[in-house]
Design a protein around this ligand. Structure first.
Ligand SMILES: Cc1cc2nc3c(=O)[nH]c(=O)nc-3n(C[C@H](O)[C@H](O)[C@H](O)COP(=O)(O)OP(=O)(O)OC[C@H]3O[C@@H](n4cnc5c(N)ncnc54)[C@H](O)[C@@H]3O)c2cc1C
Length: 373
């Protein structure tokens, strides 16, 4: 059996794991990134809607999203991000970062509706962005990436031992000083299957929810669409989110949009049968909301992926109370693409002891009280 030793092992090759490896690339630490599937970014991080949004109830999430946009290097901004503003219905200006948001009125079906306009939001090409971060991270000769790799066990041989011992692919033994759990919709399952933590705590932190996205045509290219008395300014901005009626759309190239009915379909990511009625439900909603306009719209092929949430819908960021060598980084729900660049920068600072900012509102400890049964 081969043996290797690492300073930090990252479990999960989605945007959180890859972006963390990117920020650690100059740390001079031995880093291992393990992904269970054949490639990086095959799940939520490669299949999401890529809307970069800064409007959150949590001030820290807004800060992370704002800082991600501001601190992306030039290559990222020019190659993978298109600034284009957003319109969100059903929200008020939050009591933080107010300079980012502006109240405006839009006309839908003759009604004037209040919306929030954010000039500096935009759209991200999620997969190319993740691949860019991975390519940059790989320039670190101290980084090893293992795909198609599963972890069979994780243990700490004794309370005084400094490192965790892991067996991967039932074959290789590795030791690691720190383990970061970035396994997205598998966040709890990953450790449930490999450690004793759950036998002691009997608590799961997260739940996974499937969400569907569909390509759609027939939106036209004008800045506003007038159909009978409807003036719907979907095309003024790069994305339009109606939180009152729970749907959104974003630009998806030549006259197309990506559209979603914001459903919360609880799911086991290993045992999920795609819901064939998802397209029908979206069509029904749209026809009801915009009977005239929806005649032109067609829904093309769609897909689903999993969003992962804690009970309070805030992320998990921080060291485990019972296992100080374990760091949790997950449950970035529907905001991981917007916030991960800056959130993982802060995680890298904490893991390398360059900062002591623990972001306690997101600590795993809070969930031990508010457990999900
Ligand atoms: C439909 C949809 C639309 C979205 N739209 C947006 C949006 O517009 N804007 C936005 O900001 N966010 C959006 N999101 C949210 C965003 O996609 C997620 O927050 C983000 O991708 C989560 O990243 P992650 O790295 O935690 O998870 P993932 O991308 O799921 O990555 C986790 C990785 O861990 C791997 N893994 C699991 N178990 C193991 C194991 N035991 N060992 C090794 N590897 C393992 C998985 O294979 C996977 O590759 C959307 C999400 C969905 C579902």
């Amino acid at each position: 059996m081969k043996e290797s030793s690492f300073d930090i092992t990252i479990l999960g090759g989605g945007i959180l794991g890859v972006s963390l490896a990117y920020h650690l690339r100059k740390s001079n630490l031995r880093i291992l990134l393990i992904e269970k599937d054949q490639n990086l970014g095959l799940h939520a991080s490669g299949k999401n809607a890529g809307m970069i949004r800064q409007l959150y109830r949590s001030e820290q999430l807004t800060e992370w999203a704002k800082n991600s946009i501001n601190y992306w290097p030039k290559e990222i901004k020019s190659n993978f991000f298109t600034q284009g503003s957003s319109l969100i219905i059903g929200r008020n200006i939050p009591n933080h970062n107010q300079e980012l948001f502006k109240e405006t009125n839009i006309k839908i079906s003759g009604r004037s509706i209040k919306a929030l306009y954010t000039k500096t939001d935009g759209l991200l090409d999620s997969s190319p962005y993740l691949n860019y971060l991975a390519t940059e991270a790989k320039k670190n000769k101290q980084l090893e990436i293992m795909t198609n790799t599963s972890v069979s066990s994780i243990s700490r041989p004794s309370l005084t031992t400094k490192e965790l011992e892991m067996t991967i692919n039932g074959q290789y033994k590795i030791t690691t000083s720190l383990l970061v759990n970035c396994t997205g919709a598998w966040l709890d399952k990953t450790l449930e299957q490999t450690t004793d933590i759950y036998k002691i705590r009997k608590i799961r932190f997260s739940k996974a929810y499937a969400r569907y996205l569909f390509r759609s045509k027939g939106w036209g290219n004008s800045n506003s669409i007038n159909s009978n008395s409807e003036e719907i300014r979907f095309n003024d901005t790069s994305f339009y989110w109606d939180e009152e009626n729970n749907w959104y759309c974003r630009d998806w190239g030549e006259g197309e949009k990506l559209i979603s009915k914001c459903e919360e379909l609880e799911a086991d990511p290993d045992d999920y049968i795609p819901n064939l009625n998802a397209q029908l439900r979206l069509s029904e909603t749209f026809c009801k909301l915009y009977p005239e306009f929806s005649k032109n719209i067609t829904l093309e092929n769609g897909w689903h992926c999993f969003r992962t949430y804690t009970k309070d819908k805030l992320p998990i960021f921080g060291f485990d109370k019972d296992e100080p060598r374990l760091f949790w980084l997950g449950c970035f729900g529907g905001f991981g693409m917007s916030t991960s660049y800056s959130a993982t920068y802060d995680a890298a600072q904490l893991l390398t002891k360059k900062s002591n900012n623990k972001f306690s509102e997101f600590s795993p400890d809070r969930l031990i009280q508010k457990s999900i049964s």
